[in-house]
Design a protein around this ligand. Sequence first.
Ligand code: SF4
Length: 365
Amino acid sequence: MIEVQFTNDLLAWYDASRRELPWRQNPEPYSVWVSEIMAQQTQIDRVVRYYERWMEQYPDVGSLARAHEEDVLKLWEGLGYYSRARNMLKAANVIVQGHGGEFPTDYADIRGLPGVGEYTAGAICSIAFGQSEPAVDANVLRVFARLLDLEGPVREAKGRSRVEKQVRALIPNDRAGDFNQAVMELGALVCTKSPNCEDCAVQQYCRARDAGTVSQRPVLPASKKTVRITMATGVLVHEGRFLIQKRQPDDVWPGLWEFPGGGIEEGETPEQAVVREYMEEVELAVEPIQTITTLVYTYTRYRVTMHCLLCRFAEEPREPVFNEAVEGGFMLPAELDSYAFPSGHRRLVEFMKNDKTFDALFSDI
Ligand code: SF4
């Protein structure tokens, strides 16, 4: 076990060095919840920008519960992992309907909200309510894997449980939230992937530093291989409008909007794939007339190459039949900004806004 003096030294460092973040000024359960959900998988600078916009639009649970999913997704656009936003909307409704609109204070009730895992429940309980619950995220696992010099994979059940036990033993009753945030802050600012041990306020407690094993900690599972995907997306323009469609609830990126398209099959060119996808998805015969751009981006462990093709009707224009979407239609360029797109399609919209080919279409925006 690490000495209890560790807690005092860590908190002294936190008091002197912590970043001023908007949700730290007056930590309410709602603000802690919003910030913690946003901070998953996202850089803190981005979180601050999104957080401030979010709190302006949805300052409390009630306003969020009344929101339309479409608007929530639009506000979330660019943060990725959209299930987080959808779950927040569901959770707000659970709080309004099941808890009279008051954020629950009990760990089990908070943990039971849609999208709230052990880490988030621990963060809300400790930061907003001062309860002595650990909040163990990837930062905390990394820090404690080094402090304890853990030889096993820290993200697996045994390693995680060892860290949780240690954190629980160290949490001071009077500053539970600060303690959890202090460990996370140490992981974010000092004990990073390439740690700055010389400036570390708790270096004297660090077993990995003593043993010379810092660079080998934490022990991580073998990384999953990147999967390469090649897609073709068609931008059908008709009478100054773009065809877009809304993805289905059980699809990847449910509820987001996109230009029709899909994976390129073996032996197909991007043009052939777009023609086939349009026929399958919206029953329209289209003709690709030029390449707009080719975008390359990463989504979780997928490396996506997306060929984006400008298309026109290959025959007499007619209404699309949305076989693989909830709804859709031809939208004016100025309307595209009010729809939430997955990142690849949003990048395509932004590319078109800045491309001479589309000057005339976007000139009114
Ligand atoms: Fe991390 Fe280095 Fe501090 Fe140990 S001494 S906790 S490895 S920054």
